[in-house]
Structures are given as structure tokens and as C-alpha cells.
Design a protein around this ligand. Structure first.
Ligand code: ATP
Length: 298
């Protein structure tokens, strides 16, 4: 099974600040890093570092940022399909982090929103039955629907991480085999929490649901019932990207063993995410290929 992430790619600019600003405030901060980011790109890099054959499809502008993005991607062992869009600017994320490990993120989605149905369908041209398509919340409603419907008719497995939340997500739930979402997203989508939110999503047509609960771990809800897995011990430095790392490793662990997502996949994902939250940054904080292999073989 190969993974096709169709999502967004951005440059991440991370700033350390003492506390999140109040409305109207001007505060000092320090630039901590500038690196590749975007939920689609993050999840693709995690899958690739786990040894899964991964293609990343994402739109960029035709600007300097796109050149920097293309260069940075060559460091990862994945197949990039960057689609240049004249009318868009390449996306950027401004990440604010505080000493207690909290973060707030502002993401542009000019390029991601410009990925149109033809480009999306073209991207699916290389897939064969049994491949996995992974989407997040950054694409337009039309493009997301086109991809999910085409994936269904081609016999692909679909995974969806509904982040950032969009008002139309409820309508696509029957087209999703695997949903991975955090506590806030689960409550917003279902009005329920924990396993109750998972059961709601199953009734709405999702095949299998994973809800991540930060330091409280995660819960897997499927037709076989609910399984809770505790978070791995961690020293918190910066929680940015924990969810993307978790999502990529949970999918990769199951793909590599040729099984549906199970408790072992969540344990592997929790160990990898615990490493991520113990380091500053996003992709720099993800476990390396060697670290991923040690986690997945353990
Ligand atoms: P983010 O937006 O920060 O990337 P998220 O909100 O999507 O993350 P979370 O539920 O916060 O996702 O975290 C995902 C996983 O990361 C958790 O299920 C857990 O395994 C790990 N994790 C997050 N916070 C902690 C923590 N404080 N201690 C240990 N593990 C953690």
C-alpha cells in the first residue's frame, strides 16, 4: 500500500513569546526557526520517514517561497508533486509558542484553496486499488469532495484529518474510512467527547475513528468497540506538530504490518509524538528515519 497525501505545504515561521497576546497588544518575540510545514507536508514527511512509499501533492504559488519549499523538500525521501498556481501566493504559517508548550498558529491557504478539481484528479491518476489517500482540512470543499468520490470509485482507502475545521465537514463523513482528529475537532463536529464522539462519527458513516487527547493519550473507536491508549511519557518543550506526527505514524504502523489501525499502531504513534513534543519546532522535532524504524520495530 502506498500513501498519497493531497494537502497543503507551507513555510513555517516559529516565534517564541512569553504569553499569547491579548487583543490590541504589541509584544516582543524571538524568531525560533523557519522551516517547511503545512499539515499535508508534515504528515507526508512522517509517513516517508516511517519507510512508507509516499507522494505529496500540494499547490504552491509561483514566487520565491515556492522555490524555497521545493529545495527543502529534496531532503526527504518522498515524491513531491508541487502544482504551481499563478493566482496564488505560496502558503505560510506563523506559529507562536509559549514557555509552557502551548501554541497558536495562523495559516494562509491561498495556494491550498487554489488546488482545483482537475489537478486533484490528475494526482489520483497514479493510484491503484488499495492505496491510501490522506486529506486534511485545507483544500476547498469542491476539491475535497472530488478527491473522496474518485478515491471511493477507484477502491482507495481514505484517511481524513479534519483540521483546520470547516463548516462543511459533516457532509463528507460517509466517504471517510479513517478519521483522525483531536479533542476540540471531535467536540465541534459531534457535540460529544471521547468515545461518544467516535460513536457519533461511526453512525455518520466513518469506518474507524481515532481521537487524540493530548497528554491524556487517545481513543480508537471502530465497529469492534473502543480502545484507549495512554500517552507515552514526555518532557514538554513544544507541542506543535504532535497531531501530524501521531497521524502519520498511526497510519504507517498499520500500513507496514498490512493490518487495520489497532492498539499497536496507536502505541507506536504515541511514542513518536512523545519525542516530537520533547523538541522545539515541527518537522525538525519529528523522529528521524532511524528513530521511526526503532519505534516501529520495537
Ligand atoms: P497539535 O495541534 O499540537 O499538533 P493536536 O491537537 O492535533 O496537536 P493532541 O491531541 O494535542 O493533537 O496530541 C496528539 C498526540 O500527541 C497525543 O495523542 C499524544 O500521543 C501526544 N501528546 C500530545 N501532548 C502530549 C503530552 N503532554 N504528553 C505526552 N504526549 C503528548
Amino acid at each position: 500500500m502506498r500513501a498519497f497525501v493531497i494537502g497543503n505545504i507551507a513555510l513555517d515561521e516559529t516565534y517564541s513569546i512569553a504569553a499569547l497576546p491579548q487583543a490590541g497588544a504589541s509584544i516582543f518575540g524571538e524568531q525560533a526557526s523557519r522551516s517547511l510545514g503545512g499539515k499535508g507536508c508534515n504528515q507526508a514527511i512522517v509517513l516517508a520517514r516511517c519507510g512508507v512509499e509516499t507522494t505529496l501533492v500540494a499547490a504552491v504559488g509561483t514566487d520565491d517561497r515556492a522555490i524555497a519549499i521545493g529545495k527543502s523538500l529534496t531532503r526527504e525521501h518522498l515524491t513531491p508533486k508541487l502544482i504551481p498556481v499563478d493566482s496564488a501566493t505560496s502558503d505560510i504559517s506563523i506559529i507562536l509558542t509559549t514557555p509552557d508548550g502551548e501554541n497558536s498558529i495562523i495559516t494562509t491557504r491561498s495556494a491550498a484553496a487554489a488546488l482545483d478539481r482537475d489537478a486533484a484528479l490528475d494526482a489520483l491518476g497514479d493510484t491503484v486499488s488499495g492505496d491510501l489517500v490522506i486529506l486534511q482540512g485545507n483544500l476547498s470543499e469542491e476539491t475535497t469532495l472530488v478527491i473522496l468520490n474518485a478515491a471511493r470509485s477507484k477502491g482507495l482507502t481514505t484517511a481524513f484529518n479534519p483540521s483546520p475545521l470547516q463548516p462543511w465537514f459533516a457532509s463528507i463523513l460517509p466517504l471517510i474510512d479513517i478519521a483522525v482528529l483531536n479533542r476540540i475537532e471531535a467536540e465541534a463536529l459531534t457535540g460529544e467527547s471521547g468515545a461518544g464522539a467516535g460513536a457519533f462519527l461511526l453512525r455518520a458513516g466513518v469506518g474507524l475513528v481515532i481521537i487524540t487527547l493530548g497528554g491524556q493519550g487517545c481513543v480508537l473507536v471502530s465497529a469492534n468497540g473502543a480502545i484507549e491508549v495512554a500517552a507515552a511519557p514526555a518532557t514538554i518543550v513544544d507541542t506543535t506538530g504532535a497531531g501530524d506526527c501521531f497521524t502519520g505514524v498511526a497510519l504507517a504502523s498499520a500500513i507496514r504490518r498490512g493490518v487495520a489501525i489497532d492498539a499497536r499502531a496507536l502505541e507506536d504513534a504515541s511514542r513518536a509524538a512523545a519525542i516530537t513534543v520533547g523538541r522545539r519546532g515541527t518537522q525538525d522535532a519529528f523522529p528521524s528515519h532511524e528513530e521511526m524504524m526503532a519505534i516501529l520495530r520495537a
